[in-house]
Design a protein around this ligand. Structure first.
Ligand code: ZN
Length: 203
């Protein structure tokens, strides 16, 4: 683990941040996937607080022994992420997602939700995934759950938006009171848009 990567987390929902692990999503030339190895996926998961440092260490050790399995998990994570991206992008545009993307998403839901159970703790009941820490794909169920919860939340879905910065492509959950957020980050795409407007005025 390098520990030096600073990952931008501006999605306001775990699933949105997961989808945003590709920079310049909508540019063929500039597009950069943050997940180029299983280790990257693990490192991001610590940053996203899906894994603890300790869990991550154990997973990385296991991944060294089972490299092809770790490669499969990475491939699977990227596949789910891209299906989720297309689904939520459609939603942000007010259109219906392509059925194959929902099928792909549901395959993972069926697979991982097998491990859900209701537990009683601190005087109330919660829905949790059973201990699957030893599985190399243990970071995926909570991410998926975040996406499922957002998808089935009728009112919250209207807050799913895509950054207006072109070709950023990032998605976010707009938590602003009047739903006026337009950019992934004011410091990033927001400033670029302002600069562009300024330049146009100068001309
Ligand atoms: Zn942006």
């Amino acid at each position: 683990m390098s520990g030096t990567n600073i990952y931008m987390m501006v999605g306001e929902r775990l699933c949105m941040d997961f989808i945003n692990t590709v920079s310049w999503r909508e540019s063929a030339e500039k597009r950069r996937d943050w997940f180029t190895s299983y280790a990257n996926l693990v490192e991001w998961s610590i940053y996203a607080e899906v894994l603890t440092e300790q869990q991550a260490k154990a997973l990385l050790l296991k991944a060294e022994e089972k490299q092809s399995e770790a490669g499969d998990v990475l491939k699977q994570a990227i596949e789910i992420r891209e299906a989720m991206y297309r689904i939520f992008k459609s939603i942000s545009k007010g259109t219906i997602p392509h059925p194959p993307d929902l099928v792909r998403f549901n395959e993972s839901v069926s697979h991982f939700y097998q491990n859900l159970h209701v537990i009683h703790e601190n005087d109330h009941y919660t829905l949790k995934f059973k201990h699957t820490e030893k599985n190399l794909d243990t970071m995926l169920p909570p991410i998926l759950k975040s996406a499922v919860e957002l998808l089935v939340s009728k009112n919250d879905l209207e807050r799913v938006k895509q950054c207006e910065g072109d070709p950023c492509g990032w998605l976010f959950f707009d938590t602003s009171r009047n739903r006026s957020r337009r950019w992934c980050s004011m410091a990033d795409c927001g400033n670029r848009a302002k600069a562009r407007r300024f330049n146009q005025k100068e001309k």
